[in-house]
Design a protein around this ligand. Structure first.
Ligand code: ATP
Length: 289
């Protein structure tokens, strides 16, 4: 049996540089893994038993629609492995939250099956499969602090963010990533683009104030007008003493950078009373490879 913890991510920056001929947006984003994680366990089965998945994901009715199932099928097919597999999922990362919960589960399947079947595949082979399933899966395989470009699948390792306390607030609304990107053209002329160079410089210097200053996400301009609660959450987090607060990915989760773990605990207990939301105190996580 193999067990893998699948970390969520936040975006320290998210910029859109343009639309590509294949319909995807060209992005440039600094991504950071965090230690909020789903846990997946993998056990070999006989080939006739196929892929059996235990554990629910809200909104995913059929197991075949689950990214976990799709990743397992892709792995077994690609490497012509004549075996079944049982996967148990403990889901902790909120779904459709901007935290890459689905992508990180898929990445965990690639890592888990690589170990279970003793394939010894390197990160490049795993990323090749990841690209076929979704843009954020390659980052979730790597973890740590990365600059992601292309449609998110081209990764460059950059200076790691210093270990930092983060508070996550996920209001009880689900946001479709596809809807947010589809509506970006309506706001694109009025957005302030994040400065990835400034972010990278601050990361090199381990300058948390500088990192806070360089946070930026152009998708806030699409999601916040539709879900104004996100702006209220950001404001409250600042009022309660967070160093900075921003929406992650396509939202609606807001993350706050906080000085220390005691402050994080204080903020969690206060903000839980203000909003109908899932609230977590977490830390930045290190790379997987
Ligand atoms: P991202 O930040 O990568 O854009 P997200 O955090 O906004 O993603 P996810 O939680 O990854 O959103 O889920 C996106 C959709 O993927 C969900 O609405 C759900 O229907 C589908 N999905 C399929 N499998 C999974 C899974 N294992 N976990 C979560 N969502 C899944």
């Amino acid at each position: 049996m193999v067990t893998i913890n699948a970390n969520a991510k936040i975006n320290l920056t998210l910029d859109i540089l343009g639309k590509r001929t294949d319909g995807y947006h060209e992005v440039s984003m600094v991504m950071q893994s965090i230690n909020l994680f789903d846990t997946l366990t993998f056990t070999k089965l006989d080939a006739e038993e196929g892929i059996i998945l235990h554990g629910d994901v809200k909104g995913v009715a059929k197991p075949e629609d689950n990214l976990i199932y799709k990743a397992a099928k892709l792995f077994l097919d690609t490497y012509k492995i004549n075996s079944g597999v049982e996967i148990n999922l403990i889901k902790r990362i909120p779904v459709a939250a901007g935290l890459a919960g689905g992508s990180t589960d898929a990445a965990a399947v690639f890592r888990g099956l690589n170990e279970l079947f003793e394939m010894n595949l390197g990160i490049n082979a795993l990323c090749k499969m990841a690209e076929q399933l979704g843009s954020d899966i390659s980052f979730c395989l790597m973890g740590g602090t990365m600059l992601a470009t292309g449609r998110g699948e081209i990764l460059q390792e950059i200076s790691a963010m210093p270990k930092t306390n983060i508070v996550l607030v996920k209001p009880k609304v689900d946001v479709s990533t596809a809807w947010v990107y589809k509506n970006y053209h309506k706001v694109q002329d009025s957005v302030i683009h994040p400065d990835n160079k400034a972010m990278r410089k601050s990361l090199i210097k381990k300058d948390l104030q500088g990192i806070c200053k360089a946070l930026g996400n152009v998708l806030e301009y699409v999601t916040i007008p539709e879900y104004p609660e996100i702006a209220k959450i950001k404001q409250k987090l600042s009022d309660y003493g967070a160093m900075a607060a921003m929406m992650s990915g396509s939202g609606p989760t807001v993350f706050a950078i906080v000085e220390d773990s005691q402050k994080a605990k204080d903020i969690v207990s206060k903000i839980q009373l203000d909003f109908d939301a899932d609230v977590f105190a977490v830390e930045t996580a290190e790379k997987n490879f």
